[in-house]
Design a protein around this ligand. Structure first.
Ligand code: PLP
Length: 390
């Protein structure tokens, strides 16, 4: 039996281990110099003015919405083809989540569907306060079009780039916030770089960055200029917002700094492996996601659609075949609106038909920088048996 091949895996080397060990021997395990250094690394890479590190991308989404003033009665729209965290963040703020159907070619939020939904919402007075485009699988949404709609309808844009660090769009790094108010990143082990758990918000809005920084640590500031009245002395701090405990540790930040050194090589390797799949699967009855010429994907995921008319196999059959061969194919994602906890909010099947059709067909193949050509061949030959065997 061949080894278990996961769909994604972190890449940790001796330098990463040394970086964490050094922190363990140092003065600070949390709230020291490594966190701001990591923030500068990521923000600098993305060419954004500010980075604010937090405990996860979920926390980053929550705090970014909170800092944008999202609260009870507000509406936040995202894609149904995302991890549940993108939509849950709205609910943490007491806001109402809603979804915009996908473009079936890319599985990203459809700008046409967004425009149509905004027109209706304007008429009936249900415009969103924030829209969260998710750069699915690492490929950017059409940000210049979403920006134009934001200017026309007056919503703010929070990009969910959990899949997309290292990708670019119209000559800008994803995370640059060229077309948005802020972008969130994830450093979970399956994502592009890892800190074990961790997340960050990048933004060019200094006030937003300040607010997120305060909210991640109980809403407390030690900056006298931000206080109400005057400081009582050097011990003094004030809670100026109602915040949370969402901080990143020094251990995590040190790992993140070390991982950032390898981001470019990870990205290259992911692109090369994706190109191997492209070539090997060209004659298979599978449809990879369409590529937008305006950008380069961060290649978090390699997704194909199993078209039942052409394959005469269901996605389930192909998936089970791969799993029987110890290949951990996956499905990204179950449409969020179909989750039982979202049904409770009134969402039902049929509301976002492209997302639902996509869910019947989508299959994620293993892709991570530590894979080699032999691993790719294993996946391809298992797929071949699944699709072509009598
Ligand atoms: C992983 C992921 C998140 C959540 O990231 P965490 O760091 O695990 O909180 C949010 N959105 C998307 C699209 C993701 O893939």
């Amino acid at each position: 039996m061949s080894d278990w091949l996961p769909y994604g895996r972190h890449e940790i080397d001796e330098d990463d281990i040394q970086a964490v060990v050094e922190v363990l021997r140092s003065e600070f395990l949390t709230q020291g110099p490594k966190v701001p250094e990591f923030e500068r690394e990521v923000a600098g890479f993305c060419r954004a003015a500010h980075g604010v590190a937090v405990s996860s991308c979920t926390a980053a989404l929550h705090l970014a919405l909170k800092a944008m003033g999202v609260g009870h009665g507000d509406r936040v729209w995202t894609s149904p083809i995302t991890f549940v965290a993108s939509a849950n963040a709205a609910r943490y703020c007491g806001a109402k989540p809603d979804f915009v159907d996908i473009d079936p070619a890319t599985a990203n939020m459809s700008c046409d569907a967004l425009h149509a939904k905004l027109e209706v919402a304007e008429r009936v007075g249900t415009l969103p306060k924030v829209v969260i485009p998710v750069h699915f699988a690492g490929q950017s949404c059409e940000m210049h079009r979403i920006r134009a709609l934001a200017d026309r309808y007056g919503f703010r844009i929070l990009e969910d780039a959990a899949h997309a660090l290292g990708g670019d769009y119209l000559g800008k790094k994803i995370g640059s916030c060229q077309w948005s108010d802020a972008t969130t990143h994830s450093f979970h082990p399956v994502k592009i770089i890892t800190t074990g758990e961790g997340g960050m918000v990048t933004t060019n809005d200094g006030e937003l960055a300040w607010k997120i920084g305060v909210l991640r640590s109980h809403g407390i500031t030690r900056d006298a200029e931000r206080m109400v009245g005057i400081s009582h002395g050097d011990w003094y701090y004030q809670q100026v917002e109602f915040g949370y405990h969402y901080r990143m540790t020094e251990l995590q930040a040190a790992l993140g700094i070390s991982q950032m050194k390898k981001l470019a090589s990870f990205a290259t390797r992911r692109r090369e492996l994706a190109a191997c799949y492209d070539e090997a699967l060209a004659d298979f009855p599978l449809r990879p996601l369409a590529r937008d010429e305006n950008g380069t994907s961060g290649w978090h995921l390699y997704v194909v659609r199993v078209d039942i008319d052409r394959c005469r196999r269901t996605r389930r059959e192909v998936f089970d075949h791969l799993r029987a061969d110890n290949i951990c194919a996956h499905v990204h994602y179950i449409p969020v609106h179909l989750q039982p906890d979202y049904a409770r909010l009134g969402f039902v099947e049929g509301m976002f038909p492209e997302a639902e059709r996509y869910y019947q067909e989508c299959l994620t193949l293993p892709l991570f920088p530590g894979m080699n050509e032999r691993d790719i061949n294993r996946v391809v030959s298992s797929l071949k048996n699944a699709l072509f065997a009598k």
